[in-house]
Design a protein around this ligand. Structure first.
Ligand code: ASP
Length: 328
């Protein structure tokens, strides 16, 4: 019998959504055991959503993601989006670094078709596992024409988030992912997809994947009271090309962080000051130019790191990186 052409592709990369534990009450100690076909088979009603083709890219905890892995995933997504037989994609992913992959895809891929990242906070074996409903909802979002032209999306715990703003804000609760106001594009309610706002996206991805084989090393250093500058020296010695400081408040830097960044700048290493505070913009200061340090503007440290890696890979200078930060 001829199968109907696949209109959706479900890409599996692992994470808690693909994990099981020894018993139903174990919510946090688990291992990745399920492949993407098994996960889809466990979702009641998925057969009614049309043809869905599964592809296992890898099956890992997201703390194990490498740059090579994320670029491989991105290239596969780009190829599938170009296939006229495919209407949309869902990517299962561990939640710990989901936002990093989502933001890299946001910066490198622009296509009208929906790409929806999804994960789970509880393993499939758990009491009240959230994976099956999250996956079902993500598939609904990916096949809904209203999700087109919204950029890269994250569907978690009934909400539809823009990858640009999605961030994990809780260690264990199923409502772990949030986004500041503009990042919540809609929700899924009893099987109905509701998109109530659309992001403003530049027509082309700022850092297309073409020719991108590797990314330079950029470290994030966390600032705090009475910090030392030894970690800056260690980063310099390790050969980083960029440093992002998870700074204090509005991206202010301790004396040691300022010293560390000055030392890095003298060696041509680009520095960005972001903030360890989860929400709000890091605003530009008059002294930034003099210090040669950029404000992360609306990006959190992990997003600023992703942007800086892509920008350095493309050979952007401080002025151009500053302009890219202003646009995001
Ligand atoms: N450890 C898991 C991961 O990121 C957490 C999760 O998926 O919720 O792969």
């Amino acid at each position: 019998m001829r199968r109907a052409p696949a209109r959706l592709v479900l890409l599996g990369t692992g994470g808690t959504i693909a994990a099981t534990a020894g018993h139903a009450n174990e919510l946090t100690d688990y291992r990745v055991t399920e492949d993407v076909d098994a996960m889809l088979a466990a979702v009641p009603g998925a057969q009614a959503l049309g043809a869905i083709r599964c592809e296992q890219i890898f099956n890992i905890d997201s703390r194990q993601f490498t740059t090579a892995g994320v670029l491989r995933l991105a290239r596969r997504i780009r190829a599938l989006l170009r296939d006229p037989e495919i209407d949309g994609l869902v990517v299962t992913h561990g939640t710990d670094t989901l936002e990093e992959t989502a933001f890299l895809l946001h910066l490198t891929i622009r296509h009208p078709k929906p790409v929806v990242l999804v994960g789970a906070m509880r393993p499939g074996s758990a009491l009240s596992a959230d994976g099956p409903l999250n996956l079902y909802n993500a598939l609904l979002v990916a096949r809904d024409p209203r999700s087109r032209d919204c950029g890269i999306l994250v569907a978690m715990n009934d909400r539809i988030l823009a990858a640009r703003h999605a961030t994990k804000g809780h260690t264990t609760r199923v409502d772990a992912f949030g986004a500041e106001g503009p990042g919540v594009l809609g929700w899924i309610s009893d099987g109905a997809v509701r998109i109530v706002q659309r992001p403003i996206l530049p027509p082309a991805a700022p850092f297309p994947l073409t020719g991108l084989r590797k990314l330079p090393r950029v470290d994030i250093l966390y600032d705090h009271q009475d910090a030392g500058d030894h970690l800056y020296q260690a980063a310099i010695d390790a050969g980083v090309e960029g440093i992002v400081v998870a700074g204090l408040g509005n991206g202010s830097l301790s004396p040691a962080a300022l010293r560390g960044c000055a030392r890095a700048r003298r060696r041509g290493i680009q520095c960005i000051r972001a903030s360890r505070v989860p929400y709000g913009e890091v605003t530009v200061k008059a002294s930034d130019d003099e210090d040669g340090i950029l404000a992360s503007r609306g990006l959190n440290p992990q997003q600023a790191r992703t942007l800086l890696r892509l920008a350095l890979a493309r050979g952007l200078d401080t002025t151009a990186i500053g302009a890219a930060l202003r646009e995001l």
